[in-house]
Ligand binder design. Structure first.
Ligand SMILES: NC(=O)c1ccc[n+]([C@@H]2O[C@H](COP(=O)([O-])OP(=O)(O)OC[C@H]3O[C@@H](n4cnc5c(N)ncnc54)[C@H](O)[C@@H]3O)[C@@H](O)[C@H]2O)c1
Length: 353
């Protein structure tokens, strides 16, 4: 039995806790949260007896072998490093950190500990991404030279810590952009990013005056806090000449929310979202192919279960990491460069190492 703990038991922790409880070779033995009431409510709900307010006390519990870190972004690096130093395997939610320096420190701690250190790039574990990865791996798209990704929410600033730059590191770019930038980068074969041009806009605020429309909210929702951007767009150029264009928003005067992730290669193309579709040509005819799979769009609980089960497999030595923290570092470099470019109003060149 692999004994695990979950640090941070707010909204997303449910998607970690449930797969841990479901897995036959895992025992969820401890929970931790700063919020006493939430901690005890979750412990009661899931029958977990060891509860901690301070993650350091949880890490002192020797029976715990692995932890999920589901706290605010500003604590990811600190807790991940402490957990690795305490000899625990770590699954840390995205983004890996708020800065590149912190991200590199997590990677270094992971190397030194020899423990499993996985970043929560859950979209890699969706059936749509997994199926497409096989097609790409077999050369069906040829060389992918352009990708385009959008998550445009007309109303969807989660509030609370998400909207406090000191705790989140930024707005829709670091929260939503991180997912689709990673997904494209991963499906493109992880090319090295060389230049980034980014723009951020804070024009609408969080639109918390809008009525009768529901949206994802932090466990401690507080609409009065908001100093993050509403909209970011960016053009990322890679060493192989490929480019990725991305735009993401928390609020926008858009007709409706939209998610789209598209990849274009010299032999074929693909749409991962809003649903998997593979585009090709044969006998002088263009083919739009709809893979017959249960979930052509991201099925969030299935993808989380696949992510957590993969983490467990890796902890047990049965699999190699599909989303190592080193990938979290590369994505942090891109995210930081987007914010830097927006601030300077110029293109930013990424350091070559
Ligand atoms: N993979 C995904 O699709 C996805 C989706 C949503 C959120 N997330 C990530 O998960 C993390 C949590 O997001 P959320 O929506 O659950 O937020 P949340 O506000 O609902 O929950 C966060 C919890 O962490 C607790 N916490 C914060 N700092 C702590 C600390 N130092 N020690 C112990 N507890 C602490 C808070 O009290 C709160 O209960 C974020 O990093 C977010 O980016 C990932």
């Amino acid at each position: 039995m692999l004994k695990v703990g979950v640090i941070g038991v707010g909204s997303i922790s449910e998607f970690h806790i449930k797969p841990y409880l479901k897995h036959p070779e895992v025992e969820l033995v401890a929970l931790c949260d700063l919020n006493e009431e939430r901690l005890h409510q979750k412990a009661g709900q899931y029958g977990v007896s060891a509860v901690y307010n301070d993650y350091r006390n949880l890490l002192e519990n020797d029976e715990i072998e692995a932890v999920s870190i589901c706290t605010w972004n500003n604590t990811h690096a600190e807790i991940a490093i402490a957990a690795l130093e305490a000899g625990k395997h770590v699954l840390v939610e995205k983004p890996l950190s708020m800065t590149v320096e912190e991200a590199i420190a997590v990677e270094t701690a992971a190397k030194q500990s020899g423990k499993i250190a996985q970043i929560g790039f859950v979209r890699r574990f969706g059936d749509n991404a997994k199926v497409l990865k096989k097609f790409i791996g077999s050369g069906d798209l040829g060389e992918i030279y352009y990708a385009k990704a959008s998550i445009l929410r007309r109303l969807g600033n989660p509030g609370g810590w998400f909207s406090d730059k000191k705790l989140s590191g930024g707005g829709p770019l670091i929260d939503l952009g991180v997912h689709v930038i990673d997904l494209c980068w991963y499906l493109m074969g992880k090319p090295k990013a060389v230049t980034v041009t980014g723009n951020v806009y804070s024009r609408l605020g969080n639109r918390s005056h809008i009525e009768n429309l529901d949206y994802y909210k932090a466990a401690d929702f507080d609409p009065s806090r908001n100093n993050v951007e509403d909209l970011t767009n960016a053009l990322i150029r890679f060493e192989n000449g490929a480019t990725l264009y991305v735009d993401v928003s928390f609020t926008l005067h858009a007709k409706q929310d939209k998610i789209s992730v598209k990849l274009y290669g010299d032999k074929g193309g693909a749409e991962v979202e809003p649903q998997l579709e593979i585009i090709s040509e044969k006998h002088n005819t263009i083919l739009n192919m709809a893979p017959q799979i249960d979930h052509r769009t991201l099925h969030i609980s299935n993808a989380f279960e696949a992510e957590i089960f993969h983490f467990i497999d890796c902890c047990q030595g049965n699999s190699t990491l599909l989303a190592p923290v080193s990938d979290g570092v590369e994505i942090m470099k891109i995210l930081s460069a987007v914010y830097e470019s927006a601030e300077k109003g110029t293109e930013v060149t990424l350091a070559n190492d």
